[in-house]
Design a protein around this ligand. Sequence first.
Ligand SMILES: Nc1nc2c(ncn2[C@@H]2O[C@H](COP(=O)(O)OP(=O)(O)OP(=O)(O)O)[C@@H](O)[C@H]2O)c(=O)[nH]1
Ligand SMILES: [Mg+2]
Length: 317
Amino acid sequence: MTNKQDLNIKKKNSFFNYLKKNLIQTTKNLSKKIFNLFKKEKIINKKLFNKLKETLIVSDINIHTTNKICKLTKKYAENNKIKDSYKLYDFLKKEMLKILLPVEIPLIINNKKKPFIILIIGVNGVGKTTTIGKIAYYFYRKKKSVLLASGDTFRAGAYDQLFTWSKRSYSFLLKDNKKKDSAAIIFDAISYAKKKQIDILIADTSGRLHNNLMLMEELKKITRVIKKYNNTDIDEVMLILDANIGQNSINQMKIFHKNIGITGITITKIDGTAKGGVIFSIADQFNIPIRYLGTGEKITDLHLFNAKKFIDALFYK
Ligand SMILES: Nc1nc2c(ncn2[C@@H]2O[C@H](COP(=O)(O)OP(=O)(O)OP(=O)(O)O)[C@@H](O)[C@H]2O)c(=O)[nH]1
Ligand SMILES: [Mg+2]
């Protein structure tokens, strides 16, 4: 690692400050709106709850989770005979933390299994390949050997992009053998990693085939081949979701989970214009671990998901 990279990591070690800076847009959209709402509508009545509901939905929290949050807040106000709306702000913050806490489960690498296999899936453009580079670098810093597998055979340039990330992250990548079959490429990489006792294998996959059905069939084939021919388990099937696409994430989550079975999620582009709310819906509806957040395009822009820090950075005060 160069000194410059070293410095970068140290600078960004303050996850809280970093997230706070990068969540500016999200903060504006969600907590600031709630904060301002409570400041403006001081009296607790139906109008306030309608406006709260509207704010949560506009911030990309789905109707199911929104209703749950509103119901709890209303009950709390009634039970505690709360008169001033600003007193509900802290309650809301706590309740929203409660939604996220159960999915704060980090990915633990089993050191005994070589390679520990991570299959990265998601629709096109969500940040799969970038996240692979970031995760590989994260484990490189933890002194693990990492082999990448270029399972995206659909998009031109996919191998070269992964090659660049392998260089940046000090991970290995087998030579491009121009094979057209993803499952065969991942099979070869696993066999190689087994032979060389490499700690972790991270497999890239296509985000787009001719249609969704074909994509699911390809991913199913990959998982079948690994289990049957490599005779090993996939340790993590990680779905990458782009925070900007809002409610669409829920649909993607449903389709991928039903067809492939997701064991972990990484949410990317939290730094963008993300409304942020979708994280609550995903946590509330699926109860699948959120492993990492992607907060930019650089190799160090990856953070372990920490519910408390996320809420602290998200909420206005
Ligand atoms: N701002 C921001 N951009 C990101 C983040 N993660 C990825 N990107 C950008 O998103 C774009 C797509 O990233 P890729 O990693 O190529 O996405 P992919 O899912 O592999 O795409 P396909 O291979 O085409 O399916 C690139 O321009 C990345 O730099 C993030 O956390 N924040
Ligand atoms: Mg890609």
